[in-house]
Design a protein. Structure first.
Length: 417
C-alpha cells in the first residue's frame, strides 16, 4: 500500500533515507532529528511538496518518495509538471520491486492529476530510461579565471542583496523563467534558502527595479592556504544585456581573491563570454581542443499522458504545416502500457488534435516514450534519432517533424529537487 507519510512514519523514513543517501551525512541521531523536523515542516506547509511511503501488510515502511508540484515553462507556456525526488528503498527490501511500485504509483498519480510531464534527477540514468524517462539537457561546468570574463560593464552599480529583497529576486527569477524553456517557477524551498541566506546574493537595479542577480559562495581551494578561494556561482539571472555585463564586470574584478570561478549551466554558448575558456585540467583533446568544461547528464523527462501533453502545449510557438496534415505516431511504452500504441496527430485551423487509433496502419514515426519525451522537450532532434536508428520514419521529412514538434532551444533548469 502506498499513502502519504504521517508524523508517526517520519522516523522510519529518516532511517531509510540515511542508508539510501549516506552522502547526505544524516547517520547520527542529531542529524536524523533535523531531517525529521524538516520533513514534518515540508509535509505540513502548503508548498507543493508531498512525501509518500510504501508499506507492507504489517505496516512496515519499505520505501519513500517525494512529489514536487511545479510550474514549468514548456516552450513559452507554463504547464503544471511533477518532479519525483528522494526515492529510497529499505536496505533489507532491495530487489523486491519496491521502486517499481513507487514509480508506478507516481505515474498514476500524475495521470489522475492530469499532469502530462514528470521529471527526476536519476541515481542511475539507465534504470530510469527503462521506465520511460528520456535524457534532458546536458550541464556544463566551466571553471575559468575571473579575468577571462569579457567585461565592459559598470560594476559600481552592483550591490549586495539581503533577505528583504526576496520578492524582488523571485519576481526577476520568474521573469527569467518566463523567457526560458524548461525553467521552473521559483519554489517554496528556494524561497526558504533566500530567507536563510544559504548563499550570498549580489544584484543590479535600474529605476528601483532589480534587473540582475547572482547567487554565489566562496570555497577554499582544497590542499591550499587560507587565502586561496574559488567562487561558486549557484544562480545568475538578468533581464537585459546591460545587467549581465555589470555582473560580469563584477566577477572579473575578483581576480585578487578568487583563483577560479565555477559556473554550471545548460547553455554551451557561455563559452563565448570568455576570452580564454580553458579550465584548470590542462587537458587537450586531439587534435588540439582545450578542455573548457566538464559535462554531465542529469534531469530526465517523461510524458505520462501523450494526449494531455499535446492538448496542453499544442506545440505553442513552433512551426506549423501550411495545409491540413496528419502524422501517425507509434509509441513504444512498456511501463505505462495504456500509452503504448498508434496515435493520429492532425493539424487544422491552427491547432493540433490527437487521438489513439487502431494499430494496423503504417506509422510515419515509431519511437520509444523516452526518446519522444526528450524530443518534445527540445533535448534532441528526431532527425538525429533517425540517423542513429533510434526512431523509424516513413514517408515524412524529419526536418519538418523537428520544425513542428521540437522547441527551438533546449530546456534549462536551475532547480534541484
Amino acid at each position: 500500500m502506498i499513502r502519504l507519510l504521517q508524523s508517526k512514519d517520519l522516523k522510519k523514513a529518516a532511517d531509510i533515507a540515511s542508508l539510501a543517501y549516506p552522502g547526505m551525512l544524516i547517520q547520527t541521531d542529531e542529524k536524523k532529528k533535523e531531517l525529521i523536523e524538516r520533513l514534518e515542516t515540508e509535509q505540513r506547509e502548503p508548498n507543493g511538496i508531498q512525501f509518500f511511503g510504501c508499506f507492507d501488510e504489517q505496516d512496515e515502511l519499505l520505501g519513500i518518495f517525494r512529489v514536487n508540484d511545479f510550474e514549468c515553462n514548456i516552450n513559452g507556456k507554463f504547464q503544471r509538471i511533477f518532479g519525483i525526488g528522494m526515492v529510497a528503498v529499505h536496505l533489507l527490501h532491495k530487489k523486491e520491486k519496491v521502486a517499481y511500485q513507487l514509480l508506478s504509483y507516481f505515474h498514476n498519480y500524475a495521470r489522475q492529476e492530469k499532469v502530462a510531464l514528470v521529471s527526476l534527477y536519476p541515481f542511475n540514468p539507465s534504470f530510469y530510461r527503462k521506465m520511460g524517462y528520456g535524457y534532458g539537457p546536458l550541464r556544463y561546468e566551466f571553471k575559468f579565471k575571473p579575468g577571462e570574463m569579457l567585461a565592459d560593464g559598470n560594476k559600481g552599480r552592483v550591490k549586495f542583496l539581503t533577505a528583504s529583497d526576496e520578492e524582488a529576486i523571485v519576481t526577476l527569477y520568474n521573469e527569467y523563467a518566463q523567457n526560458n524553456h524548461g525553467m521552473l517557477k521559483r519554489t517554496w524551498k528556494e524561497r526558504e534558502y533566500i530567507k536563510a541566506r544559504k548563499t550570498y546574493y549580489v544584484g543590479v537595479e535600474e529605476e528601483n527595479r532589480l534587473v540582475g542577480a547572482l547567487s554565489f559562495t566562496l570555497e577554499p581551494v582544497k590542499d591550499s592556504h587560507f587565502l586561496h578561494h574559488h567562487m561558486i556561482i549557484h544562480e545568475w539571472i538578468w533581464s537585459n544585456p546591460n545587467a549581465y555585463k555589470q555582473l560580469a564586470s563584477w566577477i572579473s574584478s575578483q581576480q585578487d581573491q578568487v583563483d577560479r570561478v565555477v559556473f554550471r549551466t545548460n547553455d554551451q554558448s557561455f563559452v563565448y563570454s570568455l576570452s580564454n575558456p580553458s579550465n584548470d585540467s590542462n587537458h587537450v583533446i586531439p587534435s588540439v581542443y582545450h578542455e573548457v568544461a566538464t559535462t554531465g547528464s542529469g534531469i530526465m523527462y517523461r510524458i505520462t499522458s501523450i494526449e494531455s501533453f499535446v492538448n496542453g502545449t499544442n506545440f505553442h510557438g513552433l512551426g506549423k504545416p501550411q495545409d491540413k496534415t496528419k502524422v501517425l505516431l507509434a509509441i513504444e511504452d512498456t511501463f505505462i502500457t495504456e500509452q503504448h500504441g498508434l496515435y493520429e496527430l492532425s493539424y487544422s485551423s491552427g491547432r493540433w488534435a490527437i487521438q489513439k487509433v487502431e494499430d494496423n496502419i503504417q506509422a510515419n514515426i515509431t519511437i520509444g516514450i523516452h526518446d519522444l519525451s526528450s524530443w518534445w522537450m527540445g533535448c534532441v532532434t528526431v532527425e538525429s534519432l533517425y540517423n542513429i536508428g533510434e526512431a523509424a520514419i516513413h514517408q515524412i521529412d524529419p526536418k519538418k517533424l523537428d520544425e513542428w514538434f521540437k522547441p527551438k532551444n533546449g530546456p534549462i533548469c536551475f532547480t534541484a529537487f
